[in-house]
Design a binder for this molecule. Structure first.
Ligand code: HY3
Length: 437
């Protein structure tokens, strides 16, 4: 039920016109547009089936939300859907400028706070300092731990991701304009190619973002053209999401190592990339550069925002690989590359995975240092990017129409627990997007 106050604040609109209500958040400068209401039903018995359904039948919703004039080419989104997993508090489909990703760490960090403050999970008992939010992402169940005070989010969020693994190290790729380049590929809920920017003739800290994006995208395209990536569990997850250029400082130090993630269609992550950090930790562990429970800091070269992360446990699964070997391209399967981790022998068709936990963001999710944002915009030469992207405002309205997501907004403690204003946001405002076809 909506309060009279909330309704009176809504702008006039034709009740027959579909309206999407959204909340905009960001983590470390990376946007997250969360759909509150108005998305047509996303059908499917499983989350991966819902992802396929949305791609086939509701892609116009993604395009309205992500593209200009309401979004921009680096916009990111989340559609919340019911999950088939009993333990999940919510399911989520991630949206970006090209389609639908399998994992998104910055979104999980923001959604953790969102879920607690909007009553999607029970308020933790008095005296509890972290709320647990189980988020079913396309890659699997991810748990966010949200620091809280008096039942509301307050401070850092961390998450435990799905098991990460290394797919390939020292892979020789023919990169147009750069010759043979050696890259590593690792999985942190999504697959990334990793290469030091220096190997592409760039300094990650001073190069123009446009040049970093061009180089990273060329690597992504080259890997996609020359190798077929397989995932042990599902063909839906078997794709290269992007390339992460690094400062090459993989050996452990207390100082943060810097990287830039270029994913989807040349989209740039303003944050250090939660799923990328997860994959990079798996890679560093695999190379013997990081111990279990050793915390490493990762810095975004675009905004300077920092995530920390550590590997917490090794696990071995007996899941056989179910994907077919490509006849056209050399096939990359993790049993080919991963299994002899640290010299231990494992039998064929056993995948060894690393549980990477505590990817953690210390800042409040709405705050980006103004200086960092300005510096980024000076270096960035995307014509369509407007500086307003860092000025997120909140959503004070409750969903204005009943739809398939309505069940998600029903707090376990009743409607009245829903806050009228999202306290993450400095300047409450409403936002409605007209959905025309
Ligand atoms: O933090 C992350 O994992 C995401 N950020 C944008 C690209 C990735 O999905």
């Amino acid at each position: 039920m909506e309060s009279a106050l909330a309704v009176s604040r809504l702008p006039p609109h034709d009740p027959g016109t579909p309206v999407l209500s959204v909340v905009d958040m960001h983590t470390g400068g990376e946007p997250l547009r969360i759909v509150l209401a108005g998305c047509p039903e996303v059908s499917g018995p499983t989350l991966l089936a819902k992802r396929r359904y949305m791609r086939q039948h509701l892609d116009h919703v993604r395009r309205r939300l992500m593209f200009e004039p309401r979004g921009h080419r680096d916009m990111y989104g989340a559609v919340l859907v019911p999950s088939e997993l009993q333990d999940a508090h919510l399911g989520v489909l991630f949206l970006h400028n090209e389609g639908y990703s399998s994992m998104c760490g910055h979104a999980v960090l923001a959604l953790g706070r969102f879920a607690l403050d909007f009553g999607l999970v029970p308020a933790p008992a008095a005296g509890t300092c972290e709320a647990r939010v189980n988020i079913h992402c396309p890659c699997g169940l991810v748990t966010a731990f949200v620091a809280c005070e008096d039942g509301r989010s307050h401070g850092p969020v961390r998450f435990h991701s799905v098991p990460a693994f290394v797919l390939a190290t020292d892979l020789m790729v023919d990169v147009p304009g750069h010759g043979k380049v050696v890259v590593d590929i690792a999985y942190g809920g999504a697959f990334y190619a990793f290469v030091s920017a220096e190997k592409l003739g760039l300094d990650i800290c001073s190069a123009k973002t446009r040049d970093l994006v061009d180089a990273a995208s060329t690597v992504t395209e080259a890997v996609k053209a020359q190798f077929k990536i397989n995932h042990p569990d599902s063909e839906d997850l078997a794709f290269l999401y992007g390339t992460i250029l690094t400062d090459g400082k993989d050996a452990y130090t207390k100082e943060p190592t810097t990287n830039i993630c270029v994913f989807a269609d040349e989209q740039v992550d303003r944050s250090p990339t939660g799923s990328g950090v997860t994959a990079r930790i798996a890679l560093q562990y695999h190379k013997g550069l990081l111990e279990l429970n050793q915390t490493r800091a990762f810095k975004s070269s675009t905004t300077g925002s920092v995530f920390t992360g550590k590997a917490v446990r090794l696990s071995m699964t007996e899941t056989p690989f179910q994907v077919e070997k490509s006849t056209r391209l050399p096939s990359l399967r993790s049993q080919d590359y991963l299994i002899l981790l640290r010299g231990a022998g494992y039998k064929n068709f056993t995948s060894l995975r690393l549980h990477v936990a505590e990817v953690k963001f210390q800042g409040l999710s709405q705050q980006v240092k103004e200086g960092a944002a300005q510096e980024y915009h000076q270096r960035c030469s995307f014509p369509g990017l407007h500086p307003g992207i860092f000025n997120y405002s909140g959503e004070t309205q409750l969903p204005c129409c009943e739809d398939t997501q309505a069940a998600l907004w029903r707090s376990p403690h009743g409607e009245e627990r829903r806050p009228l204003a999202n306290t993450h946001m400095s300047e409450p405002s409403w936002k409605q997007l007209q959905l025309t076809s």
